[in-house]
Design a protein around this ligand. Structure first.
Ligand code: UD1
Length: 419
């Protein structure tokens, strides 16, 4: 098993170009099934999760190749309707393929996705919505089977009890080729959903209201292929900014999605970092010590503070002057990285949904284990700013979401090797 060995203490400086968004790429790859044609995706990140999605597409009969950051997906012969259990286990987000496969073939068989590092991950909202759109759903021996008796879905009015990102995406994917109009109330507003909708519109879909809480999809007969550029990854961007905030120094993030990163940037600014964002670039400079964030940092659906940036910012705030408090409102088990940060010298107390971070003078290197994707990245943020050497094991978690992670950190002047 590979490890990252990080020696902290260097101030960071330099420019890096942000990768394409993982959380856009995965649903867009699923959406490509609906085109029944060739789609080209630019800025597609080279990540373990993207390779898993490509394997799912192949298993359904798509031709899928990834050369550099350009993916070509030809779904003209993708008539498969079963997601193999092994691929379902590889990546929980494979649930995203359900709506697209059902929309394309009228049938979908997959295994029940288990819980994950972040706690139980139910799919009740996904299934209830698909059933409203006409799906007959049955489960047997851990396998779930969805079947549209009329061959295709019909439009429906769906009100989500919580703005779930995955459920919103699955409903849209199933609705674009459905008969009639689908209305989603209390839809999630995450920028990656808008990216998926822009892709689908480029293929001929009729979708309105994405980015708002009421989305309307008018089913069309068929779609066509297109060329599409994936949006930048706001969470990877947040990670490199937090890393420079933790280590000190100055950096420029190029190819950044400034507006989409605003909920994160506005909180990071409260730590005393100088941040200047214009067009698609973000400049960050940290001179003196970081300040704690005064207001409670509550994770919320977009445009609230993103849960995916919680661990990452916490790692930087571990050495801020004063006490910061997080409140995790999206996932039940999203503080598993705190043990590693505490091992590195952080003063963190977790009480249910809240985590209280009392800033210490400095962190020190330690042997730690990545617990999940963003938790692992948070350990790297802490390690780059810490004194001494940190060994992070289980980095397959980090490889799921960060392209060329060590090259990015090295080009900012950080010391990291993969071993
Ligand atoms: C997506 C993101 C993930 C991010 C999360 C929240 C991708 C690939 N993943 O995950 O990085 O952290 O949004 O911004 O885009 N829930 C239910 N029943 C359901 C569906 C969800 O109870 O049917 C609950 C979940 O357990 C969780 C909450 O709703 O507590 C939010 O989940 P959701 O928005 O669906 O997250 P994902 O789409 O899984």
């Amino acid at each position: 098993m590979q490890k990252f060995i990080i020696t902290g203490g260097n101030r960071l400086s330099g420019e890096i170009e942000l990768q394409g968004s993982k959380n856009s790429t995965l649903p867009i790859m699923a959406a490509a099934i609906l085109a029944k044609d060739k789609c080209v995706l630019e800025s597609c990140p080279n990540l373990a999760d993207v390779y898993s999605a490509a394997r799912i597409l192949n298993s359904l009969g798509c031709k899928c190749s990834l050369v550099g950051n350009r993916a070509e997906i030809d779904s003209s012969e993708a008539e498969g309707s079963k997601i193999p259990e092994s691929l379902m286990r590889e990546m929980r987000s494979s649930i995203m393929f359900m709506g697209a496969i059902l929309g394309r073939t009228g049938d979908c068989i997959f295994s029940v996705p288990g819980g994950c590092e972040l706690g139980p991950r139910p799919i009740d909202m996904h299934l209830a919505a698909l059933s409203k759109m006409g799906a007959e759903i049955s489960s047997c021996g851990g396998e779930i089977s969805c079947h549209m008796p009329k061959g295709k879905a019909h439009g429906a009015r769906i009100s989500l009890s919580f703005p779930s990102v995955g459920a919103t995406e699955n409903i849209i994917l199933c609705a674009v080729l459905a008969e009639g109009e689908t209305v989603i109330n209390n839809a999630a507003r995450e920028p990656e959903i808008c990216d998926m909708c822009r892709f689908l519109r480029s293929c001929g879909a009729k979708i309105k209201g994405d980015g708002e809480s009421r989305i309307v999809v008018e089913g069309v007969e068929k779609l066509h292929g297109c060329e599409y550029r994936i949006m930048p990854d706001r969470i990877a961007g947040a990670t490199y900014l937090a890393m420079t905030a933790a280590a000190g120094g100055a950096m420029i993030l190029k190819n950044a999605c400034v507006a989409e990163m605003e909920p994160f940037i506005s909180v990071l600014e409260q730590t005393g970092c100088f941040i200047c964002a214009a067009e698609n670039r973000i400049y960050l400079r940290r001179g003196g010590r970081l300040k704690a964030v005064r207001d409670r940092i509550r994770t919320m659906p977009h445009p609230g503070f993103p849960t995916d940036a919680q661990a990452i910012l916490m790692a930087a705030l571990a050495t801020a002057d004063g006490t910061s408090v997080f409140e995790e409102n999206i996932f039940d088990c999203r503080y598993r990285h705190t043990d590693a940060l505490i091992k590195m010298g952080a003063d963190i107390q977790v009480m249910g949904k809240a985590a209280v971070i009392r800033g210490v003078n400095r962190l020190h290197g330690a042997d730690v284990e990545a617990t999940d994707l963003r938790g692992g990245a948070a350990m790297a943020v802490a390690a780059v700013g810490a004194e001494g050497t940190t060994r992070i094991s289980c980095i397959s978690h980090i490889d799921r979401g960060y392209e060329k992670f060590e090259n990015m950190i090295t080009s900012l002047g950080g010391r990291i090797i993969r071993e």
